[in-house]
Design a protein around this ligand. Sequence first.
Ligand SMILES: Cc1ncc(COP(=O)(O)O)c(C=O)c1O
Length: 451
Amino acid sequence: MSFNKKLFEYVLNAAQEFENGFGTKPVVPTNDAIKNLDLFDQPMPIGKTDPVDVVKMLHEIGTPATTLSRSGRFFGFVVGGTLPVAVASSWLTSTWDQNSGLTMLGYTVAKLEQVSRRWILEMLGLPEDSGMGFVTGATMAGFTALSVARNSVYNKLGYDLNKSGLRNAPEIRFIVSEDIHTTNLKAINYMGYGTDQIEFVPVDEQGRIIIEKIPKLDETCIVIVQAGNINSGAFDDFTKTCALARTVNAWVHVDGAFGGWIKLSSSRKQLADGMEGADSWSIDCHKWLNVPYDSAIAICRDANVMQETFKISASYLLTDGERIPNNFTPELSRRGRGVDVWAALKHLGKNGFGELIDNCCDHALYFSKEIEKLGFTIMNDVVINQVVFCLNDNDDERLQRIMLRVQESGDAWFGPTSWRGRDVFRLSVSSHETKKSDIDTALNAIKRAMN
Ligand SMILES: Cc1ncc(COP(=O)(O)O)c(C=O)c1O
């Protein structure tokens, strides 16, 4: 089955149709469009269908039901947009169909992962010899880095985990903030540990770990801190945490799913001071780097222990190239997501990303000031792109009704969250597409929903 021009022309037109008027489209699909997805519920195909008809069905039924989380008016969760250049590189990479686990199966991907690794370490001010794995999301990046942390701790204790397994392993202590992103707990669970092994440290009103409450550390500890609290956007104190850990040879991991990129901001980079003192970092690329799903990086200062953790060998697995890609990830076969990372970085450069991030943060600040005028209270210090808000009169049920109306309008979408025991709402600006006019549209939608 060779290249089919008609098929790809159809896709190009379909993508163009999707893009037309994108900036004014409702950010959520209609109920009818979602209901129409049932048209996919057909009997299992026995015979063939023409590829154009397959993609046509995808476009006609699937496209209308897409959530435009990429949009400049989507403020839920923390989801980035996607830069056109990264969509284009992703198309081309899919056409190449490279298996990125081995250099021989993907020379270009292997090269671009190396180049991106060097650029990212340099722009974030992280140790230049660090190992980096290209994985699906911050959840997997956390799992990857924490697995390396675990192996490093066992190495220090003289315990061979790969040989002897977890059953008789010495105790490891996980020290995490009470406001830790839940996916880190999942990662710890995947690794075979339970919440009984986790010590939760209290946080201040912004969700920052209280340094004085960190328990006495020792070399069996893995401490997880955050660059960007999922609600407030606050940063833990990396300098102090790393100093405490260093004295006892404990491991510090930074979950910087979105906030890790703040180092590129000219006005806010100091929030992440000391981040470079940690041992590992997990950072999403499908958030603030604005590349398509799925994409994140796991970084470990000690590239050797990272390789020891994931290294596999078999007579048929080639080990050519300057870096064996599968030594840095849990997977062997995987797609070449590093290409999109390279394309985005090459396109915008360090300064362009700094601007993108600063714009998002400025928009969040503008929103917070304007929504206050409408009778809302901002519940967090707006330090980056996150705003948590409630009504001045603390009527949380009315707040739910108002925000539901906004969500249904399709003009903007804000996600619910729980903050300091209250069910409130949150804005996150993470897309390069957001303009001041999008924030104004969102504010108007809120105004209308309040009447
Ligand atoms: C701080 C933090 N950590 C981890 C994650 C999980 O990221 P992912 O959904 O890419 O796995 C998120 C997602 O929003 C996050 O904000």
